[in-house]
Design a protein around this ligand. Structure first.
Ligand code: 5RP
Length: 263
């Protein structure tokens, strides 16, 4: 690994081996998602508590101040929408020149393994790795399932993560599942846990993140359960406590309640 690649990876995965990425890329196929309508305002108070933000080039240019220190993971796949025919029919949306111009610390792209677009999206990944490796930019593969949420079990996710790593992804973002250790153990690169729709059960979110970290995940790439929360900063700080400070879910939950009481 050359210095540039090492430096980018080190900015993303902190010295304790863990990371908290804030996903805010949802508009690339969902449009103006609830509480992400004004991404610049949403993210500002959260920046001190996250290790990177996952964002498209459009929102980055329009809404994120260039003076921030927070590393940028650029979402570089897309071309579909929630009202279109098939979410899996993605292409690569961003050139390597643009990735470098935007000073991205990494890029993220979805693959849809088992879908009609498996070959296309895996070749998107392989082509992107070819371009990004030349310039020391890590590629994070996202094991997407579109609307087929039932696919999210250890057998499928292990297969998907391993294939992404084999094609050259430097990290893989996937869903948490039962027996998550099986997913992590068979994946030779860091695994990051995605979130999912906002739940009303904060403790449950802290518990699956804790379980994932205990079982070897590097960290999380969470969005809606943070910025759709009524107290996003308290939730971000509670997650950070689990990810970086070894807090148990209950300790982090109590910490969040104390922050909410002070607000
Ligand atoms: C959307 C994504 C998101 O980055 C990922 O799903 C994490 O966000 P959330 O926690 O809201 O599910 O890839 O395409």
């Amino acid at each position: 690994m050359d210095w540039g690649m090492k430096n980018r990876m080190a900015r993303l995965i902190r010295p304790d081996g863990h990371c908290f990425f804030l996903a805010m890329d949802h508009g690339y196929f969902l449009g103006p998602t609830h509480r992400l309508e004004k991404p610049g305002q949403m993210v500002q108070p959260l920046l001190p508590y996250v290790d990177a933000i996952f964002v498209t080039r459009g929102v980055l240019r329009a809404a994120i101040p260039p003076a921030i220190d927070t590393p940028i993971i650029l979402r570089v796949s897309g071309g579909t929408s929630i009202v279109g025919q098939d979410l899996a029919n993605e292409g690569v949306t961003t050139s390597i020149q643009e990735i470098l111009r935007l000073n991205a610390a990494a890029v993220g792209l979805s693959v849809f393994i088992g879908s009609s677009y498996e070959h296309q999206t895996l070749m998107n990944l392989a082509g992107l790795v070819n371009q990004c490796e030349e310039f020391g930019v890590p590629v994070m593969a996202v094991t997407a399932v579109g609307k087929e949420l039932e696919k999210r079990d250890a057998r499928y996710l292990s297969l998907a993560c391993r294939i992404c790593a084999e094609l050259g992804a430097r990290a893989v973002k996937t869903y948490w599942c039962e027996d998550f250790d099986k997913v992590v153990e068979s994946c030779p690169v860091p695994v990051v846990i995605a979130g999912g729709p906002k739940t009303d059960n904060d403790l449950q979110v802290l518990e699956f993140v804790y379980d994932g970290i205990q079982k070897g995940a590097a960290g999380v790439n969470l969005g809606r359960n943070v910025w759709q929360h009524d107290h996003p900063v308290a939730m971000a700080r509670a997650l950070r406590a689990v990810i970086h400070d070894k807090a148990t879910p209950r300790q982090a939950y109590d910490f969040m309640q104390s922050l909410k009481a002070q607000a």
